[in-house]
Design a protein around this ligand. Structure first.
Ligand SMILES: [Zn+2]
Length: 331
């Protein structure tokens, strides 16, 4: 995406959020969605005032930038899937300020992506400048330095979604079986939110090297042995407690994708390993004694598929522990 395009989007969003905050009619392409709305509440998509900030809830708003209506007739259901993903994280985390999520249509990227819009300088550690993503920064501090801008971008490749993902028709219960070969959309949203909330770094993916600008993320700052000969691990104390040992971080040293098979509790799984997932996920997928917590976790670097059912993963206390260690308030 070019700088110009990004800037245009920001301007559009700024205008829309002003409308939203004033309670004025909002463009048809925009739907705020609040965490406190029940799934059956047909008023869920109406503009509402800025949510009340509390210290015990994970509050958020969702705005959709979809002027071509690429999401089509499933639009509201897709947003309810996103709501379910937010609520899944909300079982573990909360914040001092609501997070603004902007959903964008981006069919140029391979799949979905999620990221904080920007990061802020936090501290210097071991000679590096540590930056904190804006979403966890807001949750942690309650400060909102740029109240007209989104905190999180969720970019959707609609074609890929239709091909590979399954839109849960009942995301409030998440009990319907996921079709074979598909990934539950709530799972995908929750995973991308995990990146936006802090599973994110600046280290060079294939070597672990600190970039020339010497900036690293909070997530990076809690990793050790992030070099070619090492076995990177995440060392946060809450993660240590949740996992039982230092958490292996995804770091595949082969240059392209590999397919591995696994047998866990008598069930066979297949996973595709790719170095593009390095250093922002957990799981090494090579050690025979690796815990199922990392092999089958939401923020794992390779999802394990079984032949007889699709994939649904919920946020676990391990996923939450990593965010807790990087500063997100946890229950
Ligand atoms: Zn990921």
């Amino acid at each position: 995406m070019t700088l110009k395009r990004s800037f245009t989007k920001v301007l559009i969003l700024a205008a829309l959020l002003v409308s939203f905050q004033n309670g004025a009619p909002v463009d048809k392409s925009v739907s705020p969605l609040e965490a406190t709305s029940s799934p059956e509440d047909t008023t869920a998509f109406k503009p509402r005032p800025t949510p009340v900030t509390t210290t015990t809830e994970f509050n958020y708003t969702v705005t959709v930038d979809d002027p071509q209506n690429s999401l089509g007739a499933d639009r509201d259901l897709i947003l309810k899937n996103l709501q379910a993903a937010c609520q899944d994280w909300g079982r573990y985390i909360y914040g001092k300020a609501p997070i603004r999520i902007l959903v964008r249509i981006n069919n140029d990227q391979a799949r979905f992506s999620g990221a904080s819009r920007t990061s802020v300088f936090l501290k210097t550690a071991n000679g590096h400048n540590v930056f904190e993503d804006i979403a966890p920064y807001k949750l942690r501090t309650g400060k909102d330095p740029e109240p007209r801008l989104p905190d999180i971008y969720l970019d959707i490749n609609v074609n890929f979604m239709r091909q590979a993902y399954w839109i849960d028709p009942q995301p409030e219960t998440r009990t319907l079986p996921v079709p074979v070969g598909k990934v539950d959309l709530v799972t995908v949203f929750a995973h991308e939110l995990g990146h936006a909330l802090g599973f994110n770094g600046f280290l060079e993916r294939s070597t672990g090297a600190v970039p020339a600008h010497n900036g690293i993320s909070v997530f990076d700052s809690l990793m050790y042995e992030t070099n070619l000969s090492g076995s990177p691990v995440f060392t946060g104390t809450k993660t240590l407690s949740a996992y039982g040992s230092k958490l292996p971080v995804t770091f595949f040293t082969f240059p392209d994708s590999r397919t591995n098979t696994y047998s866990i509790a008598g069930v066979n799984y297949v996973a595709t390993l790719h170095p593009s997932q390095n250093l922002t996920h957990y799981g090494r997928y090579t050690a025979s004694n690796e815990s199922e917590k990392s092999l089958q976790g939401l923020m794992g670097g390779a999802w394990l598929f079984r032949a007889d059912q699709g994939l649904r993963i919920r946020v676990s206390n391990l996923d939450a522990a990593v965010l807790c260690d990087i500063g997100v308030p946890c229950r």
